[in-house]
Design a protein around this ligand. Structure first.
Ligand code: SF4
Length: 444
């Protein structure tokens, strides 16, 4: 038996497929590959950098689907199904909107694949594939180590992706992670994570956790065990990490270079409206929190969300000034997106404010990074333009140069300087390139 595992691209720039030069290893597909029995031949295909071999014989196709790749994933699925090949769809998007994904698949996997994957393969082999498998689990990876050999030669960034935990206990209004995990959080045994790090050969690791500090006690256990490994690592974490000095000490001792942190907004009103609880403790426009992050020398990737009901043109410009003033190493200025299944989506739907018939991810008129709802204090077009302006100004050559001069973070060591100069030009290029991209590959 043969299975083809596919990571779809987002879409195209005009007639040309988008080529993501900052692509990372598809960890979830490496895990699925590792869970395939020995009598299954596995082929991993990354649509971001290689052609899909539609006419190559295969018994089963499995596609991981996120909201931004849904349109492309459905196109790929249709191509295979017209050739008589069975297709399984799984991941965030099919879990949040299974009734839609089921229209484009022979089977869908809801939630995590680990508990049901062997059953999916057994049923496929017996020509008895079920239409739906419910895979929620309390065990992340369940002792499985991904097949990293399948990543070779695909030009991924030289950083190893590893997952310690899944989920987050907060309930931010816009967050698809919170909707997917229903505020559940699960972590792997620390021994297993250490074994996985030791089994790979890179020194730079990205813990792809939704919130690496969601359970500080578990995080501390992990960080203690990382110290002797002498790796360097980055991850994603909530702002409240800064108030736990033991956690911060261990994080930095264990080799943390910095985290993606969701700042979202610099106003208390917007944060309250989003239910962004980890940012609200003793809110002082983050002055103390940023001071602590800098004391530890962390190179922060600050993520901002633009278009909340209290946002005005002026508040968005203030957000950019704030980010430049604090010389964050990286930053993202994201338009607030209504992800299906989130409280935000339900609220905007009830208020009649969703655009593109409420299905922007499939709509032929939607373009990447455009607003998909009616903001309260500006038009959707204004929000789209402002977000692009902020991204352009943040990524300008003068901004990149001026932000570099921070002795506590970006200039702290030669290694950190190298990180700064290696990734800022890359992110600038990718950010500006993607604006207005078509979702999917097929012309509308
Ligand atoms: S803290 Fe981050 S991961 Fe957790 S619910 Fe909020 S946005 Fe989502």
């Amino acid at each position: 038996m043969k299975i083809t595992l596919i990571r779809p691209n987002i879409g195209r720039l005009g007639d040309v497929p988008y080529f993501d030069e900052g692509r990372m290893e598809p960890l979830q597909l490496g895990l699925l590959a590792a869970m395939c029995p020995a009598d299954w031949e596995v082929r991993l295909v990354d649509d971001r950098c290689e052609h899909i071999p539609f006419d190559e014989p295969t018994d089963l196709v499995a596609i991981t689907v996120e909201v931004f790749t849904a349109r492309r994933a459905y196109e790929i699925s249709e191509q295979y199904r017209t050739r008589g090949v069975r297709v399984v769809l799984g991941g965030f998007h099919p879990t949040l909107i299974p009734e839609e994904a089921a229209l484009y698949a022979d089977a869908i996997v809801i939630g995590d694949a680990e508990p049901v994957w062997s059953q999916v393969l057994a049923d496929a082999k017996a020509c008895n594939l079920q239409s739906r498998y419910d895979g929620y689990t309390g065990k992340v990876q369940n002792g499985i180590l991904p097949r990293r050999d399948l990543y070779k030669g695909k030009g991924y960034l030289p950083i190893t992706l590893i997952q310690f935990s899944r989920g987050c206990r907060y309930a931010c209004e816009f967050c698809a992670i919170s909707a997917y995990f229903q505020q559940r959080y699960t972590s792997r045994p620390v021994d297993e994570v250490v074994r996985e790090i030791e089994a790979q050969d890179r020194q730079l690791v990205f813990f792809v956790d939704d919130n690496v500090v969601a359970d500080p006690a578990m995080s501390k256990q992990l960080f203690r065990r990382l110290i002797p490994l002498r790796i360097r690592w980055v991850s994603q974490g909530s702002m409240d990490m800064v108030w736990d000095s033991e956690l911060m000490d261990l994080m930095c001792e264990s080799g943390c270079l910095g985290n993606v942190i969701g700042f979202e907004s610099i106003t208390q009103e917007s944060l309250t409206g989003m239910n962004k609880a980890p940012n609200l403790k003793g809110f002082d426009r983050y002055e103390k929190a940023i001071q602590i992050l800098k004391q530890y020398g962390l190179q922060t990737w600050a993520a901002f969300t633009l278009g909340c009901d209290t946002d005005t043109r002026q508040s968005l410009y203030d957000t950019l000034d704030f980010a430049v003033h604090h010389k964050f190493t990286f930053a993202a200025f994201n338009v607030l997106m209504p992800y299906y299944g989130t409280p935000l989506y339900s609220k905007l739907a009830a208020q009649g404010r969703l655009l593109f018939d409420g299905r922007w991810w499939l709509h032929s008129g939607y373009r990447f990074n455009h607003a998909a709802f009616k903001p309260a204090q500006m038009s959707p077009e204004e929000l789209t333009e402002m977000a692009f302006e902020l991204r352009s100004r943040w990524n300008s050559a003068s901004s990149i140069l001026s932000r570099f001069f921070d002795l506590k973070t970006n200039m702290r060591t030669p290694y950190r300087m190298a990180i700064y100069w290696m990734y800022n030009p890359l992110f600038r290029k990718e950010t500006l390139k993607k604006q207005g991209m078509f979702l999917g590959m097929e012309p509308v």
